[in-house]
Unconditional design. Structure first.
Lengths: 543, 252
């Protein structure tokens, strides 16, 4: 509970700070309110446990409404706040206070409810509906750019949406690939009185048989239970498979923190606006929608990435130990015939050379390819047009594969060592340079092209004499910049065994020789800065 | 030399078809100096670009020395174009190359493609290019990058490039519009010199009416895609000019 109150306090603090800075408060009321609606419908709030850990379900507030209808106060409060926000001034402030308080009271009240049993009710077709809406929406977006064909496009959107729904919902349709998605959203229904006793009785009845099996396996016998509380948070296997779950209101998930934070923010912003009614601006609804969007993507992302500063505190001793071992760096140890500095320098050289060769190969192949990928050069015949599209497609698809992945595959094919790294760099840079070069070609001044065409020069000569002189300095500039990037990516390539300094660092890190590893790190910092500096100096001279 | 027959040009834009040229019929004999006048958007530039095949007309024909150049295959069109010089308002030089390189571009049409690619111009090409640079008084600047030259000098380089093609027809699209009055006169004098000394037919688009009247042998006036006057500069009456530039309406 203290943690939740802390989040509430954070929300209020943010509102107060923004209010003291004379920012619009209504925008925060609206933003927090809309985000609260998202939290209410989509973010897990409590935990509901079954027999196995994979039976665990984290219901949203909306899913808990059948168990605890008072939770409806949250969306109603938010709606009231939004209506009042339209009126602005003191009313908007009052709306924020009412909405925030309603959310806090309802969520807090739910939090103090006892552990209880509930029955799952999967909402069939919901995910399919969302998918269908997504498909229909994307098709309908086309109608913005083609106002004349709006009606047929909208009809097409509806048809596409219906087809998507039917395909995904069909027994062997799209849903078969994503079995979890069917009935993913589950409501928590209250159970009739006596349901818990039935589960307990069923458990006790099955106990002798279970104990016989456990005895054969050499496990302890289980005792009959008086109530589900004796099972300490779990419920029997049979009840679990029948769709019963033990709902624990106080085992909060990230949605709970989000809800209390947003409610606090709403309350705080409302209070600030009550104090100073002029804290509002005309575009508050747009800003509020933006705030809500950011919040509804950011909050789950923090949860999914297991963001927890506490882990750093736990890991602190290792960092200390690392620092102790890494300093002073071991440059050379003649007694043991170890010369890390020398090795680092030669490995750095290899890394630079990898980047050099990779960039060179990429530039050599990107140069002709980029002309084929430039719209203005390939406009002549339908054949050239199709060459253009093929080249573009090739570059775009290949560009999607990161250097590291190419290196992983190549290491498996050609073995450990810098060659795999060079090829990976060359292939990826080819796509990057091909795009940059072809954009430079497309942006070339058309005047000289027209002039050379009118002298009767052939197509390739027009490209050679009217376009190439214009784009060559840009090509060189892009290539230098690409080399800079390639040097940095070749550092990482060592980690997958593609040679260079990265490989050295990985090896020393794994064997705990931090004082040698740190030599490599320092060398990298120096060389990266030198190359950055040299590259930007060179490029500033070129263009 | 040039016979333009029933020329129509329609562009299909997002807002619908746009008729730029309507029923143009013109004969331009060899050695003529024609100034095409008219307001912006009257179709002058389109007309000029149709004469050297940069644009293909919607209907109609442009017959030059007996061949219809609007329906030529690519190779033949390139062969035709090398005999037609074109001077642009924006000069359209390749800025990063030297003056001589730019003038040599006028010879590209006469070289086999592979020699052009490698820049292997022949002795004769260099002689012609240097000769033309001399005629526009830029022989001393042959190694300078063209972006280091002044506007007037750049336009002279462009003229030398066109003349290096040894054209029989010279087209010029507002060659003086980006230059000050003195340089404009200079460009016009250069064109007249080529017309008189080399017998090159000149067709020029021009805004400045005084220059047109002073240098051209013949005036062709365009209004909204149609020819509204075709005759000598002397006979061009005030009424025609007023109508052409819609001066009355502007004053009203």
């Amino acid at each position: 509970m203290t943690e939740l109150l802390l989040y509430t306090f954070f929300g209020m603090l943010l509102a107060v700070l923004a209010g003291l800075a004379k920012g619009s408060m209504r925008r925060w009321v609206i933003g927090a309110g809309l985000a609260l609606l998202v939290v209410f419908a989509a973010f897990p709030f409590s935990r509901a446990r079954g027999f196995l850990s994979r039976d665990t379900i984290d219901p949203t507030l909306l899913a808990l409404v059948p168990l605890f209808p008072l939770l409806l106060m949250i969306p109603l409060g938010v709606l009231l706040a939004l209506v009042l926000a339209r009126r602005g001034g003191q009313a908007a402030g009052l709306g924020g206070v009412l909405g925030g308080t309603a959310a806090l009271v309802a969520a807090g009240w739910w939090y103090v409810q006892p552990v209880q049993i509930a029955k799952l009710y999967p909402v069939e077709g919901l995910i399919e509906l969302l998918l269908a809406l997504g498909v229909a929406g994307s098709v309908a977006l086309l109608s913005f750019s083609r106002p004349k064909q709006r009606v047929p496009i909208l009809i097409g959107a509806v048809v596409a949406g219906v087809l998507a729904f039917l395909w995904f919902h069909a027994p062997q349709g799209g849903g078969a690939y994503l079995p979890k998605s069917l009935g993913y959203y589950k409501l928590m229904l209250p159970t009739p009185p006596g349901a818990e006793q039935q589960i307990v009785d069923a458990y006790n009845r099955a106990l002798p048989e279970l104990n016989a099996i456990r005895k054969e396996l050499g496990q302890d016998e289980l005792k009959p239970i008086q109530s589900l509380a004796d099972l300490q948070g779990a419920i029997p296997q049979q009840a679990s498979s029948e769709g019963y779950r033990l709902v624990q209101p106080a085992t909060t998930q990230y949605g709970a923190f989000a809800a209390f934070f947003l409610a606090g923010l709403m309350l705080g912003a409302g209070l600030m606006q009550l104090r100073n009614a002029s804290l509002q601006e005309p575009d508050d609804f747009r800003a509020g929608i933006l705030i809500a969007l950011v919040a509804s993507f950011l909050i789950p992302a923090f949860d999914a990435t297991e963001f927890d500063l506490n882990k750093l505190v736990v890991g602190w001793p290792f960092l200390q130990q690392f620092a102790d071992k890494a300093w002073p760096p071991l440059l050379a140890d003649p007694a043991a015939e170890r010369y890390p500095l020398q090795e680092v320098l030669s490995q750095i050289a290899v890394t630079v050379q990898m980047a050099l060769v990779g960039t060179f190969l990429a530039a050599v192949f990107a140069m002709p390819l980029s002309f084929l990928a430039a719209r203005n050069v390939t406009s002549g015949t339908p054949l050239m047009r199709s060459v253009f599209y093929v080249t573009r497609l090739f570059l775009n698809v290949l560009r999607g594969v990161p250097t590291l992945i190419i290196a992983l595959i190549l290491v498996a094919a050609v073995g450990l060592g810098p060659f795999a790294g060079v090829m990976a760099i060359a292939i990826h840079s080819l796509t990057e340079l091909g795009k940059l070069y072809s954009e430079a070609i497309e942006n070339a001044d058309k005047g000289p092209v027209e002039a050379l065409e009118s002298t009767g020069a052939s197509g390739v000569n027009v490209v050679r004499w009217a376009i190439l002189p214009q784009v060559l300095p840009l090509f060189v500039s892009y290539t230098v910049y690409n080399f800079e990037i390639n040097f940095r990516s070749s550092l990482v390539l060592g980690l997958v065994g593609a040679g260079g300094i990265g490989y050295f660092i990985n090896e020393k890190m794994a064997s705990g020789q931090y004082d040698q590893m740190i030599v490599g790190v320092i060398a990298i910092v120096i060389v990266v800065n030198i190359i950055d500096f040299a590259s930007s100096w060179l490029r500033s001279r070129l263009v | 030399m040039i016979e333009v027959r029933n020329l129509n040009q329609t562009f299909y834009t997002a807002k619908g078809p746009l008729k730029v040229l309507m029923d143009i019929n013109l004969d331009i004999p060899k050695g003529d100096f024609v100034a095409v006048i008219g307001r912006s958007g009257a179709g002058k530039s389109t007309f000029l670009r149709t004469l050297n095949g940069l644009l293909i007309p919607t209907t109609g024909s442009v017959v030059v020395n007996g061949t219809d150049i609007t329906r030529l295959p690519k190779r033949e069109l390139q062969k035709y174009r090398r005999t037609v010089g074109f001077i642009f308002q924006q000069f359209n030089l390749v800025n990063r190359l030297s003056t001589l390189d730019n003038v040599l571009h006028g010879r590209l049409g006469y070289l086999p493609t592979w020699r052009g690619l490698l820049g292997l111009y022949g002795e004769a090409d260099y002689r012609i290019a240097r000769q033309q640079l001399e005629r526009v008084d830029l022989a001393a600047k042959e190694n300078a990058r063209v972006d280091s030259l002044s506007g007037g000098q750049q336009q002279r380089v462009a003229i030398a490039r066109a003349m290096a093609q040894q054209p029989t027809l010279m087209l010029a699209d507002e060659p003086a519009a980006n230059l000050d009055p003195v340089l404009s006169e200079e460009v016009m004098r250069t064109l007249r010199r080529f017309n008189e000394q080399d017998g090159v037919t000149v067709v020029i688009n021009i805004h400045a009416l005084d220059l047109a009247l002073k240098y051209a042998k013949r005036i062709v006036a365009f209004k909204r895609g149609r020819v509204v006057y075709d005759g000598s500069p002397e006979q061009l009456s005030e009424e025609v000019v007023d109508d052409l530039y819609e001066r009355k309406e502007m004053l009203a």
